[in-house]
Design a protein around this ligand. Sequence first.
Ligand SMILES: O=P(O)(O)OC[C@H]1O[C@H](OP(=O)(O)OP(=O)(O)O)[C@H](O)[C@@H]1O
Ligand SMILES: O=c1[nH]c(=O)c2nc[nH]c2[nH]1
Ligand SMILES: [Mg+2]
Length: 156
Amino acid sequence: MSLSTNKMFYVSWEAFHRATKELAYQLLGQDYNAIVAVSRGGLVPAAILARELNIRVVDSICVASYEHDKQGSLSILKDASLADSDKLLIVDDLVDTGETAKALREHFPKACFVTVYAKPQGKPLVDKYVTDIEQDTWIQLPWDMELAYSKPLAEK
Ligand SMILES: O=P(O)(O)OC[C@H]1O[C@H](OP(=O)(O)OP(=O)(O)O)[C@H](O)[C@@H]1O
Ligand SMILES: O=c1[nH]c(=O)c2nc[nH]c2[nH]1
Ligand SMILES: [Mg+2]
């Protein structure tokens, strides 16, 4: 997807951590025994969920589709070695158009697919998520940003 508006939702590391812990609360007691992180965006929430849910088996599936904010066709660069199962948690940072989630659900039909953020188009494809984001808004994740000087309002 390529966005035509400039609406942004900026996420700090603390906010990302807090939202992912909220996802962990939702998953608590559900007996998952392994995680597959959807690299790269899913690596950070996967580490947080693995810690909070005490899951020590963590794998990754490496996919590519976006070049910055332009979406192309999805390809699997490296598959996970863990087999599909209903005890498997597939973790990504966000679902937007749902193209990535659709491909992953086909790849892991029994697994539970979770994200931290979800936009309306992709929402029906995730089993659990924490925060709703409007479709026309770009989520700026903490690893894509750096601290910078901000002019006082009076000077803007
Ligand atoms: O619902 P969709 O429209 O498919 O978009 C969601 C996907 O896009 C982003 O990954 P991206 O492909 O940009 O790669 P990255 O995780 O390596 O940053 C994000 O991490 C999701 O995996
Ligand atoms: O950083 C990102 N923010 C988004 O809103 C988004 N949608 C797809 N891929 C994305 N990456
Ligand atoms: Mg991704």
